[in-house]
Ligand binder design. Structure first.
Ligand code: EPS
Length: 412
């Protein structure tokens, strides 16, 4: 019975039950042509060594890819740490980062925090179909779409990639790896027979020249031809990226409540990326029209390594909203960018007369960049799931808890 005569051990158990669920929280601030982007993350354990060069390398990767516009020639993204890191290690405090917008010098008057922009205003007078312009202007009661696009812009994803690099550093300490690649650009697609290996994904991430981020050069050439076609015709193209994670134990996430399902968290994370309109776990889209006997991954048991095994991974490493120990595989489907050099019909904010949608400098294809953002969002989501399962205010404690859980899994 609890209460009178409670032993020291039961007291410890009672205290444990009230300990907060450590929650990795993060957010960003910043306008595309404002002074800087800011990123904030809280919940990373203390004692994590920060690889600053890796963070900047991830930011560089996000800036690459054939089909990007003139802006990427201006920016050299790099994360400047403002808080939360001491002598190259996390100390448990929230981490704040600042990423300079080099283009800001050309927008100081238009985007001034204090002064009216006057002649320099650069209003976006007619909303672009597919962009946040119209709904955003209505929602925030704004006279034109400059105010909207500045924050809706995918420039914001640079801040997410910096945070994702921190999450990757944490996962790396636990031997969890996250990498992605491009499956399709426009109508050009990686053949289904292309082997996707970790060596191949690592080599792709290590490249110093990025074309379209595909594992197969012939498919990549066909993807480039799709971008060239869009460049020629004043159009834009979308595509599909795939993110994989390996090294995860079974049992991250949960089937117990709808909002603890890790598959749902991952889909949300992917669809939160600008222009991503669908996400898929494993062979999810195909599975909807196949028979159950083809879709489910049979279960074997190998007494040697004492391990459950699957000959296939159509589930994409997630069953019942939990990791099942196989590789996690998620795909993001990007619609073509909404800013078109050959604009579609729209309506002027002022006067409501029919006009063409506004055009300003833009990218034509961002699928490889979106894949890097997808990696960041996957890493952040998985880091949160690991911390929710194993906790730990320090890396020392997290590692101890995580290893103990792995031990439990092996002994099952
Ligand atoms: C974007 C428009 C372009 C893109 C931008 C996203 O910027 P700008 O208007 O300055 O030419 O290059 O993406 C980035 C700046 C970035 O870093 O990814 C938009 O409207 O969404």
């Amino acid at each position: 019975m609890l209460g009178a005569g409670r032993s020291p051990a039961s007291g410890a158990a009672a205290r444990f039950a009230t300990i907060k669920n450590p929650m990795l929280r993060f957010s960003t601030a910043g306008e595309s042509h404002g002074e800087a982007l800011m990123a904030w993350i809280s919940g990373l354990p203390a004692g994590l060594t920060i690889d600053f060069a890796f963070m900047d390398r991830e930011l560089w990767r996000r800036q690459q890819g054939y089909g990007r516009g003139g802006r990427m020639k201006i920016e050299r993204d790099s994360a400047h740490v403002i808080a939360g890191i001491r002598a190259g290690q996390t100390i448990g405090s929230p981490i704040a980062l600042r990423l300079e917008n080099r283009d800001w010098k050309n927008w100081q008057q238009a985007m001034s925090v204090t002064e009216p922009p006057g002649e320099a205003a650069r209003p976006v007078a007619s909303p672009r179909p597919g962009h946040a312009d119209l709904a955003g202007a209505i929602k925030f009661h704004l006279p034109e779409a400059r105010y909207v696009l500045e924050r809706a812009s995918a420039r914001e994803t640079a801040a997410r990639v910096a945070l994702g690099a921190l999450a990757k550093m944490l996962l790396r300490e636990l031997d969890i790896e996250v990498l992605g690649h491009v499956i399709a650009v426009g109508g050009a697609r990686l053949p289904d027979s292309t082997p996707v290996t970790w060596e191949g994904l690592r080599a792709l991430a290590a490249k110093d020249e990025v074309l379209l981020g595909a594992l197969d050069p012939t498919a990549e050439a066909a993807m480039k031809a799709e971008v060239d076609r869009a460049l020629r015709t004043g159009d834009s193209v979308g595509g599909i990226f795939e993110i994989r994670a390996r090294g995860l134990p079974p049992g991250l996430g949960s089937y117990i409540n709808w909002d603890e399902r890790l598959d749902a968290e991952l889909v949300r994370a992917m669809v939160s990326i600008q222009a991503v309109k669908a996400a898929e776990i494993g062979g999810g889209v195909w599975a909807a029209t196949a028979f159950g006997s083809e879709v489910q991954d049979p279960i074997h048991y190998d007494p040697g390594p004492h391990r459950f095994q699957r000959p296939s991974n159509h589930a994409g490493g997630l069953e019942g909203g939990m990791t099942n120990g196989e590789e996690v595989v998620v795909r993001g489907y990007l619609k073509p960018i909404s800013t078109l050099r050959r604009p579609l019909a729209s309506v002027a904010f002022a006067g409501r007369e029919p006009v063409k949608a506004a055009y300003e400098r833009s990218d034509v294809c961002v699928v490889p960049a979106a894949a890097v953002v997808g990696e960041a969002m996957m890493a952040l989501t998985l880091a949160r799931a690991v911390l929710a399962k194993c906790g730990g205010d320090s890396l020392y404690e997290l590692r101890r808890n995580y290893q103990a859980y792995w031990q439990q899994v092996r002994e099952f």
